[in-house]
Design a protein around this ligand. Structure first.
Ligand SMILES: Nc1ncnc2c1ncn2[C@@H]1O[C@H](COP(=O)(O)OP(=O)(O)OP(=O)(O)O)[C@@H](O)[C@H]1O
Length: 256
């Protein structure tokens, strides 16, 4: 199965005003897809529709080859919402407990995790380079470190698709770069399909292999290999956008 996400003739509005009008696109297994567009263009709404948090007015969405109406394998879908980084810093949970939460369907309610579950948590933390922090309280970590833990929490159930909604908001430039490089590595080494909403056009253009852009005139698709210019972005956003390109040449070596 090559097409891991299919969105066909999707329309949605919160009121009678249509926000997403007859949207069509697909995502192949192993793609790193960036979703960009001006504030209020419907990027988060599109993700929520794909995750069945919202119901379309019309159209069809398939994940892993199945209509989401009938999808059972939701544990194969990871999601890091915009709100993940407004986590309550005083929350009395360790890093490994935060990651373990996503295994509760495997562990069972009111049961203690077994060694195999502890190993899964360790593996997920190792993938994001946070295994040495596993006994630390989540609230005592920096924003960038917390974001890595949330990525580990999503990874622990071994998802095939990871949705992220502006995962680098509120973290400093160095940590932001590390998160992008981490995602690029997971995409390449695990073949994880990534769908990410962002305003950081410079960064997403470097790492994603495809972009979709929500604009006033609907959805544009863009192959990042062709390069994205200030003119293209300005056309999509409908106003002049100052594009900051990033230098990520050696980023995966610098990751950390
Ligand atoms: N629950 C809701 N009820 C009514 N309107 C909503 C709701 N959620 C979002 N909207 C409106 O729908 C539009 C699209 O919102 P959405 O959050 O999807 O945009 P976005 O492209 O992700 O924006 P941003 O870049 O600012 O995060 C906005 O005008 C928003 O105010």
């Amino acid at each position: 199965m090559n097409k891991i996400i299919e969105v066909n003739n999707l329309s949605f509005g919160y009121s009678e005003n249509i926000l997403l009008d007859n949207i069509n696109f697909s995502v192949n297994k192993g793609d790193f897809l960036g979703i960009i567009g001006a504030n209020g263009s419907g990027k988060s709404t599109l993700i929520k529709l794909m995750l069945k948090i919202l119901t379309p007015m019309s159209g069809e969405i398939k994940l892993l080859g199945e209509n989401i109406e009938n999808l059972k394998k939701w544990d194969k879908i990871g999601y890091i919402s915009q709100k993940a980084n407004s986590f309550n810093g005083n929350f009395p949970a360790t890093v490994e407990e935060v990651v373990e939460v996503n295994l509760f369907s495997k562990i069972g309610l009111f049961r203690l995790p077994k060694k195999k579950h502890k190993d899964m948590v360790y593996d997920a933390l190792e993938k994001v380079g946070m295994q040495d922090y596993r006994k630390r309280l989540i609230g005592n970590l920096s924003g960038g470190q917390q974001q890595r833990v949330f990525i580990a929490r999503a990874l622990v159930s071994q998802p095939e698709i990871l949705f992220l909604d502006e995962p680098t908001v509120g973290i400093d430039a160095k940590s932001e770069e590390a998160v992008y490089c981490l995602l690029a590595r997971l995409n390449k080494t695990l073949g994880l399909t990534i769908v990410m909403v962002t305003h950081d056009i410079g960064a997403i253009t470097v790492h994603a292999n495809r972009l979709i852009c929500l604009g006033e005139n609907g959805l544009f698709e863009h192959n990042t290999k062709e390069g994205i210019t200030r003119e293209i972005v300005t056309e999509i956003y409908g106003y002049d956008v100052n594009l900051h390109m990033h230098d990520y040449k050696n980023c995966c070596r610098k990751e950390g």
